[in-house]
Write a protein that binds this ligand. Structure first.
Ligand SMILES: NC(=O)c1ccc[n+]([C@@H]2O[C@H](COP(=O)([O-])OP(=O)(O)OC[C@H]3O[C@@H](n4cnc5c(N)ncnc54)[C@H](O)[C@@H]3O)[C@@H](O)[C@H]2O)c1
Length: 289
């Protein structure tokens, strides 16, 4: 593939909060999308997540029923990674667990035929170079970091590693800013990239504040919404991101920089141990069911 070839076939691995959004916006932009999940139950749950998001778009008048049906018609869901063989760009969005992502990149290296394909990760914090070195073609690997919810938030961070080929950077930039009309910023390959390097210490500070009995969860969130015009408070935002993901991102950043401000506080770790993961499990710092 050369840098001027048009991208029409994209793959997404993992169809949770982020993968479902990446698949949705790609299909809405007219691309042919293959989504790979872990097993049949996860495939069904992932497809249901995309359908629910599109149904919400129709209810809010952002999408016609015909456009919803066409979008769904462009998305094929499967648990077989071989289905990614002919993809020109693949975006990995499995949980923020390094060992799992390394396995996924090893698989991508084996199944994606195109020697110019973009092998991208939506990781929030794992250095791209680590993922790239799980493949025999590190020059094709790059970070394309979307924000949650993907259909709503306009930002994408583009994170080339030291070895990413310029043509791969161009193709990834063209997909994000041209095809998807996202606003692209670039970051060096440092754990956390630009946004999480600033956001995670703030979220962890709010958790430490709650843990020490300084203020209630409600008051901490109201403080930042009413006092600083943030759209939501830090504890509600942590619940939206998922407390397992907040913890994993903080741990990668702590491992990279050894700064105490990135260390996940015990309260966060115990909540994850308890399965209190935020919105996706129905309870985090706030209750959702
Ligand atoms: N949650 C956020 O706000 C957010 C924002 C930006 C980036 N991210 C990053 O996106 C990635 C995914 O996060 P998420 O919040 O969507 O997680 P999630 O837990 O909602 O979804 C992950 C999905 O991956 C699937 N999966 C697990 N193993 C798999 C495998 N081997 N093959 C295929 N699918 C597999 C799971 O079944 C699940 O549906 C993480 O790297 C995270 O750091 C998350």
């Amino acid at each position: 593939m050369s840098a001027t070839d048009e991208v029409s076939r994209i793959g997404v691995i993992g169809c949770g909060l982020m993968g479902s959004g990446i698949a949705e916006v790609s299909a809405r932009a007219g691309l042919d999308v293959v989504v790979v999940e872990a097993d049949q139950a996860a495939v069904d749950a992932g497809r249901a997540r995309i359908e629910a998001s599109l149904a919400q778009g129709v209810r809010r008048g952002k999408l016609s029923e015909d456009a919803r049906d066409e979008t769904l018609g462009r998305i094929r869901t499967t648990w077989e990674p071989d289905a990614l063989g002919d993809r020109q760009i693949v975006v990995e969005a499995v949980p923020e667990v390094e060992a799992l992502k390394l396995q996924v990149f090893d698989t991508l290296d084996k199944v994606v035929a195109d020697e110019g394909a973009v092998l991208a990760s939506n990781t929030s914090s794992i250095p791209i170079m680590k993922l790239a070195m799980a493949t025999g073609r590190p020059e094709q690997v790059i970070g394309i970091h979307f924000f949650n919810p993907v259909p709503v938030l306009p930002l994408v961070e583009l994170v080339p590693s030291l070895l990413t080929a310029p043509a791969v950077v161009d193709r990834a930039a063209s997909y994000a800013s041209g095809t998807l009309a996202k606003h692209v910023i670039r970051s060096q390959d440092r754990a956390g990239f630009v946004v999480n390097s600033l956001l995670i210490p703030y979220l962890l500070s709010s958790i430490r504040m709650l843990e020490s009995g300084f203020a209630t969860a409600e008051d901490i969130d109201i403080g930042m919404v009413q006092g600083c015009a943030h759209p939501m408070g830090p504890l509600a935002l942590s619940d939206l991101i998922g407390l397992d993901t907040v913890t994993a991102v903080a741990e990668s950043m702590y491992e990279e920089f050894k700064e105490p401000l990135y260390a996940p506080p015990p309260m966060l770790l115990r909540m994850v141990d308890a399965g209190l993961l935020g919105r996706k499990s129905g309870r985090g710092f706030h209750r959702y069911r």
